[in-house]
Ligand binder design. Structure first.
Ligand code: ZN
Ligand code: ZN
Length: 338
């Protein structure tokens, strides 16, 4: 447990996956109770680490009265149900995240079918579908599905001692992702929306909204206007230099768009074809596309799709269907000009 700024403690918890070493949970000290932000996966290792860090700080857990989850990915939400019951605390998260609990974590069959059709329409060959559509099933055992006591919509104030955090909806990484902003102290809990060196995953899928990358960049532009001196992210280390980081992420997405455009050229291609061709996806984790695990492959396809649909929304690409498969190409006008 590390006090990152007076009254706020960072408790990194281990994750059972290889590409990220830990998730940051944060504890905010109040007058008559603590606020816990994000919870970690529901694994024994994460739970024991949390208990130990709390004990080292002289806290037995019962003092935690509020839990806020930035979004319902397993690393942020997995242990929320367990902790809520154990500490008798209230749990809050965004209403759009709440809407997905049932389909994502309780009865997933429909979502898996839908995702299979989605991947098929976007060019994934039939022999790869079964593997890719079920790629997230192993994650389910790390989540205790729980509904919130308080459903957030944005603009609410979450108070704890000297702190009053404004709930800022930041759709993109997930549709109902929130950040928490403390204007007096200029502190931002950024969840997975802004990380110091990794660019957060933004993928297009049945629960993402029609243009998640557009939403993501809009959310970034809105946040960029805030005065922020300290960012407390969901992964990696707390950091300063907020505006530079936001600019860096925006530039990064521009470069990826440019690379996708280059890969399309004057051809028509599916999201799957493009995913296997562009170098930034070849280099995920420093290994080639064919060596990626099915989870990473699926994320890469959904991420390419998010870029394609963001460019289509701006009129930079067209999409058409042939035999039930979607292809992207330059708009007719741009092709004629050549
Ligand atoms: Zn996430
Ligand atoms: Zn995360």
């Amino acid at each position: 447990m590390i006090e990152v700024t007076p009254g706020i403690y960072r408790m990194p918890l281990p994750l059972p996956v290889t590409n990220l070493s830990h998730i940051n949970t944060y504890l905010v000290r109040g007058d008559d109770g603590y606020l816990l932000i994000d919870t970690g996966w529901n694994t024994k290792e994460a739970f024991n680490s949390l208990k130990k860090q709390l004990a080292d700080g002289g806290i037995d857990g019962q003092e935690i009265t509020q839990i806020v989850v930035t979004h319902v990915h397993p690393d942020h939400y997995g242990m929320a149900g367990e902790l809520k019951n154990l500490f008798d605390a209230t749990l809050a998260f965004h209403h759009l995240e709440k809407d997905f609990i049932e389909t994502r974590y309780v009865s997933m069959d429909e979502l898996i079918q839908e995702l299979g059709q989605w991947l098929h329409r976007n060019g994934v060959p039939p022999d790869r579908l079964a593997e890719l559509k079920k790629a997230s099933l192993p994650m389910l055992k790390f989540v205790t599905p729980t509904m919130p006591d308080t459903t957030l919509y944005g603009g609410e104030a979450i108070t704890c001692g000297d702190f009053s955090f404004e709930v800022m909806p930041t759709p993109g990484h997930t549709a109902g992702h929130i950040c928490l902003y403390e204007p007096k102290k200029k502190i931002l809990f950024s969840g997975d929306h802004i990380l110091p060196t990794i660019t957060p995953h933004v993928g297009l899928h049945p629960q993402s909204g029609s243009n998640p990358l557009g939403d993501y960049l809009d959310s970034l532009n809105r946040l960029e206007k805030l005065e922020v001196e300290l960012v407390l992210p969901g992964h990696e280390q707390p950091f300063t230099g907020f505006k530079e980081r936001v600019e860096g992420i925006i530039l990064h997405h521009r470069l990826r768009n440019a690379e996708i455009m280059g890969a399309i050229g004057y051809d028509s291609k599916t999201a799957f074809q493009l995913t296997t061709e562009i170098t930034w996806l070849h280099d995920v984790n420093g290994v080639g596309w064919h060596k990626l695990g099915s989870w990473d492959k699926r994320m890469a396809i959904l991420e390419t799709l998010a870029h394609l649909e963001a460019m289509r929304a701006k009129g930079e690409l067209d999409k058409f269907n042939r035999d039930g498969i979607r292809y992207y190409r330059l708009p007719q006008k741009a092709r004629r000009n050549e």
